[in-house]
Design a protein around this ligand. Structure first.
Ligand SMILES: [Zn+2]
Length: 299
């Protein structure tokens, strides 16, 4: 019985591992069990080996993450997020961020925070001007999930950079063709900006996103109607923004489920690099007991 429970526990824990270790996880330490002829012995041996192997993988994953944290100059090892929720939260428009007839027209909700009690935050990175290879290496090493919102005029000189982000497991989303202030445009022009970017995303990255972020966080009813017309279901904005040298808050501090904004920027615009920004981000969220989760797991 205990062996059976052990196997179940292993399965539950393993499926709860949101970020499996890289392929470099150590092989199971235990070798074949000599003389385990009886079925019961074999079963116990299998369960013991599974537990052993799982514990070994966990230790290896933590060791890899700790080593990566040290290598990239983090003050602490980032926390592991909880398993994705079995039932997705119901996302509604943030109060004060509605447009006319938001509900009647069933328009994509604009929100800054995912409803959750878990101490998690979400990292989103916008635009696409800076294409820093060190940032790709850092995020690959640390296995921190994030979501990118791309604007075509900034990414089109190097779609390959963003394909690497995609192949590393991160989601690419819509941030318009030319990053205009949408409320200044009419419906047809807004539709061209948003739905035109859907076409680019499909052509370059093989997928039409369901998630869209209006440039500058500015939008009107036309923006959300246009976005909905070409398959957008969610319009997340943000509750904090992080830079290499400081944070800016909408509500004064971090909250469970907050969406954090940053940018593909570098020393030309910032007092630092993208890895500096990631350090600033992770050092604070880890110190405050937050893990970084994958936004799409909650949508
Ligand atoms: Zn932007």
């Amino acid at each position: 019985m205990r062996a059976g429970l052990g196997v179940l526990a292993v399965a539950a824990l393993a499926s709860g591992c949101a970020q499996p270790a890289s392929g470099k996880a150590a092989a199971p330490a235990a070798g074949p069990v000599a003389g385990a002829a009886a079925g019961a012995h074999a079963l116990r041996g299998t369960a013991a080996r599974a537990l052993d192997s799982y514990a070994t993988r966990l230790r290896a994953a933590y060791a890899a993450r700790a080593a990566a944290a040290k290598r990239w100059g983090l003050r602490r090892v980032p926390l592991t997020p909880p398993a994705p929720p079995a039932r997705k939260p119901h996302i509604t428009v943030r109060k004060g961020f509605e447009v006319d007839d938001q509900e009647e027209l069933n328009l994509p909700p604009v929100f800054t925070t995912i409803p959750t009690d878990e101490k998690i935050v979400f990292l989103t990175i916008d635009d696409g001007a800076e294409k820093d290879p060190a940032f790709l290496r850092m995020m690959h090493d640390l296995k921190i999930p994030y979501t990118a919102f791309l604007s075509d005029f900034l990414v089109k000189d190097d779609y390959g950079y963003f394909r690497q982000i995609q192949s590393d497991g991160h989601t690419l989303n819509n941030h318009t063709l030319t990053h205009p202030y949408l409320p200044a445009l009419g419906y047809a022009e807004q539709k061209r900006e948003i739905c035109g970017m859907q076409d680019v995303m499909e052509k370059q990255f093989g997928r039409r996103p369901t998630v869209f972020r209006p440039p500058f966080g500015n939008y009107d009813q036309d923006s959300l109607r246009a976005a909905k017309s070409c398959g957008i279901e969610y319009a997340p904005i943000w509750n904090e923004e992080v830079f290499p040298d400081h944070w800016e808050y909408r509500d004064g501090e971090l909250h469970p489920g907050d969406i954090v904004l940053s940018h593909f920027q570098g020393p030309k615009e910032w007092k630092g690099t993208m890895p500096d920004m990631v350090r600033r981000f992770l050092d604070k969220v880890t110190a405050e007991g937050y893990a970084v989760a994958r936004l799409e797991d909650y949508l």
